[in-house]
Design a protein. Structure first.
Length: 154
């Protein structure tokens, strides 16, 4: 059965829930999704362990990465940047829920992506209200409990 997004290529640089879930939904609708993780795998792999040992992975990782191809690389290294640039040239959408300063450093911000492919779509989510500019460049993970500002910073 064909999906509404057949022929669409998505690069998933997402972490934890927001980015990977967004990309999984796009895959569910027929897009080709390529999950790109740092060397050694993403930090979200072991949550809710399943299987035996550390190689068993986590249930959240398995659920969030259904219907995806996978690749690991160092996007900050010259070879990794070149591979990312080549992939961006063939992609329609980039999903990257990383802080804006990290997006810029990895050339995954919209301006950098559009230098490679002018019609690329970037979907990103910030962890804080945009009115609180000082918080935008901090990574955060709400573990389902109220936390002070200091506790929510990673």
């Amino acid at each position: 059965m064909s999906g509404v997004l057949d022929g669409i290529r998505v690069l998933d640089f997402g972490r934890y829930i927001a980015g990977p879930f967004c990309a999984a939904l796009l895959g569910d609708l027929g897009a080709e999704v390529i999950r790109i993780e740092r060397l050694g795998g993403g930090e979200d792999r072991p949550f809710i362990p399943i299987g035996a040992g550390s190689e068993g992975g986590g249930a959240m990782f398995v659920a969030m990465n259904r219907n995806k191809l996978g690749l690991t690389l160092d996007p900050a290294a010259p070879k990794g940047r070149e591979i990312v640039r080549k992939l961006v040239a063939t992609a329609d959408v980039v999903v990257a829920n990383l802080p804006p300063q990290v997006l810029r450093a990895l050339a995954l911000d919209l301006d950098s992506l559009r230098l490679v492919k002018p019609d690329i779509i970037l979907t990103s989510v910030a962890h804080r209200d945009r009115l609180r500019q000082r918080d935008l460049d901090r990574a955060s993970l709400d573990r389902g409990q109220p936390q002070s500002d200091a506790q929510s910073r990673l």
